[in-house]
Design a protein around this ligand. Structure first.
Ligand code: PEP
Ligand code: MN
Length: 370
């Protein structure tokens, strides 16, 4: 049977009549080329269908999707069989594209079967300590590190008066140097809880170590996974077995594919209350602390049903950029923006350059949400 694609191309190429070679050799040759194009198209599609079957089989038997040794054997076989006029280099180049096509197709298929894949799912909206999260943009604000009960009470009071409902604060601090302030630990979590309860707010705080899971569940409403831990799959699995929302920050060198797969680790264990946080990635740029990837916002929202938060504090490290970047994030579809606030930033024990004082946060809230 003539493949349908060949028939269509052949019909398209056919004009009123089919000339003979003597009448119009160019037309005859071109008609043959059109027919072969149809065959190639049909064969490539047939090959992709077989790839889909192989993928399904591999998924069922737990075998790795990508098998470079097999590709290399396929290529060797074709080089042996090649009788020209294609050169060996041309055969290699063309099949490199064919293999790339299969890999891309497989990756697309893999994404479609992920739990975190949006599919037909509506936007996820969570009820967190009496506040809804996931629809229109919310602010998550608070100090970089929890330093004292007084500091938190002042910050929470100010934020609440500005309408902020989500209080952040690091009790366990992942610092670049082991000699920098490491956080107040569980005592800090307790202070966060007290300040949040006093002011009717929800607590967002980072968990670094699986040994702190009980305390984190007791005192926090949203468990934050920091950029350094996005690849800590054991921690992600543990959080996946909890019943509290997890805010997963993008690894500072993670691709979006890796970010989404990290979220899959959480969802795979049963917890689908996930918030994705874009916090900038490391590039060659030196004028900002990180390069905030704004394209990640619509991409993550297209690919998953989860709310996306943009941390403009760690994402830029610069107070003069926070208003424009927060506005840009919301315009691009972010469901939340995170910033750092301290009663006296120059005296802060961490990130004192990027924490806003009370006047600055007031201006920021007015400019971004007002
Ligand atoms: C934080 O939000 O406190 C933090 C440490 O951020 P990141 O993990 O993005 O560096
Ligand atoms: Mn910080």
């Amino acid at each position: 049977m003539i493949p349908q694609s060949r028939q269509i191309l052949w019909n398209l190429g056919r004009r009123r009549y089919s000339p003979t070679m003597a009448e119009n050799p160019l037309r005859v040759l071109r008609d043959q080329i059109d027919a072969l194009n149809g065959d190639l198209l049909h064969l490539l599609n047939e090959r992709l269908q077989l790839i889909e079957q192989v993928q399904e089989l591999k998924a069922r038997t737990g075998r790795p999707m990508f098998d470079p040794a097999r590709e290399s054997r396929e290529l060797d076989g074709m080089l042996l069989a090649n009788r020209g006029p294609m050169t060996a280099d041309q055969v290699r180049a063309i099949f490199k594209e064919v293999f790339k096509l299969s890999l891309g197709h497989m990756q697309q298929e893999t994404r479609r079967v992920l739990r975190v894949h949006r599919g037909e799912q509506p936007d996820s909206i969570y009820e967190i300590a009496g506040h809804s999260f996931g629809g229109s943009a919310q602010l998550i604000a608070g100090p970089c590190s929890v330093e004292s009960a007084e500091q938190l009470d002042l910050v929470a009071g100010k934020l609440r008066s500005l309408g902020v409902r989500f209080l952040r604060g690091g009790a366990f601090k992942p610092r670049t140097s082991p000699y920098s302030f490491q956080g107040l630990g569980i005592a800090g979590l307790r202070m966060l809880r007290e300040a949040a309860d006093r002011h009717g707010m929800a607590v967002v705080s980072e968990i670094l170590d699986p040994r702190h899971i009980d305390a984190a569940l007791e005192y926090s409403d949203v468990l934050q996974v920091g950029t350094r831990n996005m690849y800590n799959y054991e921690l992600l699995k543990l959080l996946g077995r909890s019943n509290k929302p997890v805010m997963l920050k993008r690894g500072f060198m993670a691709t979006l594919e890796e970010f989404i797969l990290a979220a899959e680790y959480i969802a795979h264990e049963g917890n689908e209350q996930i918030i994705l946080c874009e916090r900038g990635i490391r590039t060659h740029e030196k004028w900002t602390r990180n390069t905030l990837d704004l394209a990640a916002i619509p991409l993550l929202r297209q690919e998953t049903p989860f709310p996306v938060v943009v941390d403009v504090a760690h994402g830029t490290g610069r107070k003069d950029l926070m208003v424009p970047m927060a506005r840009a994030a919301i315009a691009a579809g972010a469901n939340g923006v995170m910033v750092e606030v301290h009663p006296n930033p120059p005296l802060a024990l961490s990130d004192n350059e990027q924490q806003m004082d009370f006047d600055e946060i007031e201006t920021f809230v007015g400019a971004v949400l007002g």
